[in-house]
Write a protein that binds this ligand. Sequence first.
Ligand code: THU
Length: 142
Amino acid sequence: MARIDGTGGPLEALFDAARLAFERAYAPYSRFSVGAAILGEDGRIYAAPNVENAAYPAGTCAEAGAISAMIAGGARRIAELVVVGAGEGLCTPCGACRQRIREFADQECLIHIAGPEGIRASFTLSTLLPYSFGPENLDGGA
Ligand code: THU
């Protein structure tokens, strides 16, 4: 799937959407805000923050929310993704979210990891989730 070029333009728009979601995060328990924005194969942006819950395991990651928004919007493939997280480190997607992304993205899909100030690093999905299990593994199963 086509990537968006370098800096400025569409990538900046994707970052801005993730940053806005980050600012709207509901994270009163961890106090760790995250925002994610997906560029769908339809050229539209789908964004969400993490949404926590007093029953802690019921909280949802930003990436999961953005994927739900994409599916609700009618898109089926992730062209590119930006995650904005707080703190000094790289806010890479958790293991479960890597698998959630895997369902809807190609191996070469770029996942940009950002802080509130901008993008810090970019990884392909296959780097974050090598030798992964996906929908095609189910083809020809017993
Ligand atoms: N979190 C995300 O939303 N995405 C990530 O990539 C990492 C972690 C959330 C889950 C929880 O609300 C908070 O960050 C702390 O783990």
